[in-house]
Design a binder for this molecule. Structure first.
Ligand SMILES: [Zn+2]
Length: 279
């Protein structure tokens, strides 16, 4: 195992476009409620809330995948994208809707993983694994659970299917380690936790400071920092999130000592801890 300072950028695709929530769930009502709380807590302007409301009438809002591809290529980043093959809480896109997006990302050379909706139940877990294969043509190597729902039991049920799991969220720089037959890759910084009024509720400057502190510590200790960024947050209606993403990519892009890990680099780095072939 070589110790090297770097980042692994991952994305949980919870939404492709705003329109997939029309008449399918109550997510947009919840979003408006949370955004009103942001206004009350001084984290969003009333003007920004008005613009968000107006954007509800633009059904393709949030589809920024082309912008993501350009942004990541510019900074030499090959991230991993976890997408769902079953609907879940506030996640309502269909397989027909995700298929072209997933294939576009795959064709551009990005890695794909499963955003799991079933964290227990062998049958359901296997069904999701096979559904991914049906859509992409290959089985997923890795999984991250929606809402990071994972239990001890899940590890036993996932271990023979997946090479790695990345559903554990830790706020210190815990590094990947073998768990049963899998490599467990903990995640350290998630956009939702930085900005949600129910979690850190950071201003943009506070979020930058927090991130920079963790990156500096990782650089000093030669550690890997794992990010989870939800792709719809690149939309202008999430101004703090968007500014933070652009700042982060610029920050790590300029730092040549920061290795931009791809999933295969991590699996190779920890090869002695995890079998590279599936059971
Ligand atoms: Zn999710």
């Amino acid at each position: 195992m070589t110790k090297q300072y770097g980042v692994w950028i991952t994305h949980d695709i919870d939404h492709i476009r705003m329109r997939e929530h029309y008449f399918r769930d109550i997510f947009l009502f919840r979003l408006l409620g949370v955004s009103a709380i942001e206004v009350l807590k001084g984290r969003r302007s009333i003007w920004s809330l008005c613009k968000l409301k107006w954007s509800l009438f633009r059904p393709n809002t949030w589809d920024h995948f082309d912008e993501w591809i350009i942004l990541e290529k510019k900074h030499g980043i090959r991230s991993t994208w976890f997408f769902a093959v079953n609907r879940g809480s506030s996640l309502s896109y269909t397989n027909e809707e995700i298929k072209p997006v997933a294939h576009k990302l795959k064709d551009e050379g990005f890695d794909l993983g499963l955003h799991g909706q079933h964290h227990t139940g062998e049958k359901e877990i296997r069904r999701e694994y096979e559904l991914f294969h049906k859509i992409i043509g290959t089985h997923p190597e890795g999984i991250r659970m929606h809402y990071l729902r994972i239990s001890k039991k899940s590890f036993f049920e996932l271990t023979d299917l997946y090479i790695y799991d990345s559903s554990l969220f830790v706020r210190h720089l815990e590094q990947p380690k073998k768990t049963l037959h899998m490599l467990e890759i903990p995640l350290h910084i998630m956009d939702t936790y930085l900005f949600s009024p129910f979690y850190n509720n950071f201003t943009l400057e506070e979020a930058k400071k927090y991130t920079e502190k963790m990156l500096k510590e990782a650089k000093k200790k030669k550690r890997l920092v794992v990010f989870d960024i939800h792709p719809h947050h690149l939309d202008k209606n999430f101004p703090r999130q968007r500014e933070w993403i652009l700042w982060l990519y610029d920050y790590i892009g300029k730092d040549k000592s920061c290795k931009k890990f791809e999933i295969n680099d991590i699996l190779e780095n920890y090869a002695e801890q995890t079998p590279m072939v599936k059971k």
